[in-house]
Design a protein around this ligand. Structure first.
Ligand code: GLU
Length: 305
């Protein structure tokens, strides 16, 4: 495993110059574009990691897995999928265009920004803090690490600059696609996006999803097998936004990316795989991470799609 991972790291590092760190959230612009780390966690709890494994990054859109899993667990899939669809989009993660064109005005899936914001709006918690803490608690359980917290600078940086997400949310409320206090809902969205993890944390999260909801390190039953299957299906079809099809062809594993540079992948019944590399392609996905995962998928025969 470690040899394959070191080779994958080399492949990934070779393409880092093709990517750029996200700067539309100013604090993310401080990330090191040359960093890349890879980790895996098998279902019997063995962790292997290489590269810049000390790097921490905000999980950004990877947090949408946790808020969605929480919503399905607490409200049921029927209720959640009456508010957001389950179809991939060919549009960027923060696109507003389709929301107006599609009738009813329902976000196309829960892993784009509009969908994730609607999912947060229906969670049965009274305010931003309780909503955020519930998502944080689930992220900690998925990763088996109770010390995970948000990077408050990243959270506040996004909160101060996110006109785009504000536009999405106010538009959605204006057409009846969501209700509630928009600023309060967005506050929990920005806060969950700022949750910070290492590549090892992300690999354990992937392993929990691959293991039908049982964390292979803590043995805790974090999610039901049904919820895990739904999440993996959405990861496979929508997890890398408008890059999901290409990722399915190149890597063939259900995965979710975030603009902090993380990618979490779940090979059902086998292992969790994660990469962390903040240099992104033009769709907001880690260039080095995709390259490394493609290599590992081929080398270790991990493809399931
Ligand atoms: N917080 C980010 C945003 O709303 C998440 C996007 C991502 O990771 O793809 O723009």
């Amino acid at each position: 495993m470690i040899t394959a991972m070191e080779e994958a790291l080399k492949k990934g590092k070779e393409v880092l110059h093709l990517g750029k760190v996200a700067t539309y959230i100013p604090e993310l612009g401080r990330a090191n574009p040359n960093a890349l780390a890879i980790a895996s966690c098998t279902l019997d709890g063995q962790i292997t990691q290489t590269g810049d494994v000390g790097t921490r990054a905000s999980i950004q859109s990877i947090s949408k897995i946790a808020s969605l899993a929480l919503a399905i667990s607490e409200l049921g899939e029927e209720e959640v999928f009456s508010k957001v669809g389950v179809d991939p989009t060919a549009d960027p993660f923060n696109s507003i265009m389709r929301l107006e064109m599609r009738k009813p005005h329902r976000p196309q899936n829960p892993l784009i920004n509009a969908g994730a914001i609607v999912v947060l709006s229906i969670l049965p918690y009274p305010d931003s803090t309780s909503r955020y803490l519930a998502v944080l608690d689930l992220v900690r359980k998925l990763c088996g690490n109770s010390e995970i917290v948000a990077n408050e600078k990243v959270y506040l940086s996004e909160k101060a600059t996110s006109d785009r997400n504000r536009s999405l949310a106010y538009f959605l409320r204006s057409v009846g696609a969501m209700d509630g206090d928009i600023e309060d809902i967005l506050d929990s969205y920005f806060h969950q996006c700022g949750i910070e993890c290492t590549v090892k944390d992300l690999a354990v999260m992937g392993a929990t999803l691959a293991n039908d909801g049982i964390n292979p390190i803590t043995q805790e039953k974090v999610l039901s097998p049904r919820v895990c299957r739904l999440i993996r299906a959405l990861m496979a079809t929508c997890g890398l936004y408008d890059g999901s099809g290409e990722f399915a062809v190149r890597v063939g594993i259900p995965a979710k990316s975030g603009v902090g540079g993380g990618i979490v992948a779940a090979v059902p019944g086998k292992l969790g795989l994660a990469t962390l590399g903040p240099a992104l392609d033009n769709k907001g996905n880690s260039v080095g991470g995709i390259e490394a995962m493609e290599y590992l998928s081929e080398k270790l025969k991990l493809r399931v799609l």
